[in-house]
Ligand binder design. Structure first.
Ligand code: ARG
Length: 276
């Protein structure tokens, strides 16, 4: 009896010991990959969201590459700040969400700095001055913004152009025609679906200059408030914001900004001169 009990005891004890040993081994396993000598950490690539249908600020060339003034500015800033950047075409309507959800690290998209947007994101120092501009067909009687009150007006949804037109025509006015992109609104002006388009001056001027068959003219109005573009980062991302602001200051100081500006808009004294 005694020896049987002893044998049983030894067997149970052995099983327990084996179990503990296995448990200890399996517990260690998840830890081991982390403990393995890590390769040099890959440099962070900052993902830049941009709605690339807004020439000359951002658009896609024949090869599908994202190009434009904003792109060159961010590339130059990144070079100064020692950052690696990658541009991802991002529809305007989802662009701010893509930033807040972490899918994009920063946005450059001719974004006007507004108090409302400042509530949900942070902006760099301004890098470009803009103002709304009206596009109409050449035979249009429109001479001022007020004249649009009874007309069909195309805007890009959720832009500052949308805001001013909605304010003039009224929130529920079906004459405010909202489009996914500004080029789509301008196409609609060409085909007669709308009587005017209101958008940023740089983009309207560029379109009119490059689409002579569209037969448009522009109408400015002193009631439009001055706007400034900023690069957006997630609210509270002070580290990235500081890098971008330092890079921006550096490209202004060494003439890089002026060189890029002249490439797209001619002499710095031209309309839409950059704020300093
Ligand atoms: N500046 C205007 C705004 O911030 C329009 C910007 C539209 N940008 C674009 N890439 N589609 O509302």
């Amino acid at each position: 009896m005694t020896s049987l009990n002893t044998r049983r005891f030894l067997k149970v004890a052995g099983l327990i010991a084996a179990g503990l040993w296995l448990a200890a081994c399996s517990k260690q396993e998840p830890a081991s990959p982390a403990a393995a000598p890590a390769a040099a950490p890959a440099a962070k690539v900052y993902v830049v969201g941009t709605d690339a249908a807004y020439a000359p600020f951002e658009s896609q060339n024949e090869r599908g590459e994202i190009v434009g003034f904003d792109i060159d500015i961010v590339k130059a800033i990144a070079a100064k700040a020692g950052m690696e950047v990658k541009f991802v075409n991002t529809p305007w309507e989802g662009i701010f969400n893509s930033l807040n959800q972490g899918d994009r690290d920063l946005l450059v998209s001719a974004i006007t700095i507004t108090d409302e947007r400042r509530q949900s994101m942070d902006f760099t120092e301004p890098y470009f001055d803009a103002v709304q501009l009206i596009a109409v067909r050449k035979d249009s009687p429109v001479t001022k913004f007020e004249d649009l009150k009874t007309l069909k007006v195309g805007v890009q949804t959720g832009t500052t152009g949308d805001e001013v037109v909605t304010q003039l025509l009224g929130k529920d006015n079906t004459n405010v025609r909202r489009f996914e992109s500004t080029p789509l609104a301008l196409k609609e002006l060409e085909s007669g679906g709308v009587d005017a388009v209101v958008a940023d001056n740089g983009v309207v001027n560029h379109y009119v200059a490059n689409n002579s068959t569209a037969a448009f003219k522009t109408v400015s109005d002193s009631s439009f408030a001055p706007e400034q573009y900023g690069i957006a980062v997630r609210k509270g991302n002070t580290e990235l914001l500081a890098k971008l602001n330092e890079g921006l200051a550096a490209i202004r100081a060494d003439g890089t900004y002026d060189r890029i500006y002249a490439q797209y808009f001619g002499a710095p004294a031209a309309a839409g001169a950059a704020s300093k």
